[in-house]
Design a protein around this ligand. Structure first.
Ligand SMILES: O=P(O)(O)OC[C@H]1O[C@H](O[C@H]2O[C@H](CO)[C@@H](O)[C@H](O)[C@H]2O)[C@H](O)[C@@H](O)[C@@H]1O
Length: 261
C-alpha cells in the first residue's frame, strides 16, 4: 500500500495539470543587435498553437515588449499575452492595455531622454508608450552613461516608477509592473486556474516571475548562464524551441517534473 502511494505521488506532471508561461526575447527568440532585428522561427506559431491545445488553452507569452509588437510577430491575438513586464495583458482573450495618456510625466521624460541620447551613437531609446528602454548593446562603452541616464530619469519621476535592468538595457516603467504579479493574475482565471505554473525565461526581469512560480509550487526554467533562482536550466533559445516542438508533437513534458516536487 505504502509503495503504491509513493509511486503514485511521483508520477510525471501531465499537460492537464500545468500552465505554460514563456518569455520572448532571449527565450523564444535569439538576442539580436537591435530590438527591431529579432527573427521569429517561422515554425514557432504552429508549435505553440499545438502546445496550447495540449494544455487546454493554458499557454501565455510573458514579455517586456508591448502586446501589439508580440501580436505583430505571432499574428493578431493568437496567444494570451502579458506585455510591458505585466503592465498590460490578454487573459483568455480579454485584453487590458496600458494607456500612455495616463503617464504624462513619463511621456515628458521620454522626450528628454531622446534629446539626451541623440549625442551618443549606438545608444537607442525604445519608446513603448507606458515604458521606455535605454539600450547600449551597440555601444557597450556607453553602458555607464545609459545606466546613469535611466536612473536620473527615474529619480526625477519619483517612486511611482522604477528601473528594470536587463541584457544591455535599462528600462523605466511604472513601479507596480512585474512578471510575478501578472503570472499570479493569470492563475486566477480559467483555463489557468488550478494549474501548476511553468515559467521559462532568460533575464533579470524573469527572476521576479521565477520567484513567484517557485512559491506556488511550479517549475522555473532559466535559459542560459547567470545567477538565478530558477530550478532548471536550458542552454539556448534554440534548445528550448526544439524541446517545445517535441512536446507539441509527442505530448509529454520535456522536464523531469513529478507531482511530489
Ligand atoms: O521580457 P522579454 O520578452 O525578454 O523582453 C525584455 C526586453 O527585450 C528586448 O531587449 C532585449 O532584446 C533585444 C533584441 O534581441 C536586444 O537587442 C536587447 O539588448 C535586449 O535587452 C526588448 O527590446 C525590450 O523592450 C524588452 O523589455
Amino acid at each position: 500500500m505504502r509503495e503504491a502511494l509513493l509511486t503514485q505521488s511521483m508520477l510525471p506532471v501531465t499537460n492537464d495539470e500545468c500552465a505554460l508561461f514563456l518569455d520572448f526575447d532571449g527565450t523564444l527568440v535569439d538576442i539580436a543587435e537591435r530590438p527591431d532585428a529579432v527573427v521569429l522561427d517561422p515554425a514557432l506559431p504552429e508549435v505553440l498553437t499545438r502546445l496550447e491545445e495540449r494544455l487546454g488553452g493554458a499557454l501565455a507569452i510573458i514579455s517586456g515588449r508591448p502586446i501589439n509588437f508580440l501580436d505583430g510577430q505571432f499574428g493578431a491575438s493568437l496567444f494570451d499575452t502579458a506585455g510591458l513586464h505585466g503592465l498590460e495583458h490578454r487573459i483568455a482573450g480579454r485584453l487590458m492595455l496600458c494607456d500612455p495618456d495616463d503617464h504624462p510625466d513619463l511621456r515628458a521624460a521620454i522626450e528628454r531622454l531622446e534629446e539626451v541620447v541623440s549625442s551618443k551613437p549606438g545608444v537607442l531609446i525604445e519608446d513603448k508608450g507606458c515604458s521606455v528602454a535605454v539600450h547600449w548593446r551597440q555601444a557597450p562603452q556607453e553602458k555607464d552613461f545609459a545606466l546613469a541616464t535611466a536612473h536620473a530619469a527615474v529619480e526625477a519621476l519619483g517612486s511611482s516608477y522604477r528601473v528594470q535592468h536587463g541584457k544591455a538595457v535599462a528600462e523605466i516603467l511604472p513601479a507596480a509592473a512585474g512578471k510575478g504579479a501578472v503570472i499570479e493574475k493569470f492563475l486566477q482565471h480559467p483555463p489557468y486556474r488550478g494549474r501548476r505554473p511553468i515559467f521559462i525565461g532568460d533575464d533579470l526581469t524573469d527572476e521576479n516571475g521565477f520567484k513567484m512560480v517557485n512559491a506556488l509550487g511550479g517549475l522555473s526554467v532559466r535559459i542560459g548562464a547567470g545567477e538565478t533562482v530558477a530550478r532548471e536550466r536550458l542552454g539556448t533559445p534554440s534548445d528550448l524551441r526544439k524541446s517545445l516542438s517535441r512536446w507539441a508533437r509527442e505530448g509529454s513534458l520535456p522536464f523531469n517534473w513529478t507531482s511530489d516536487t
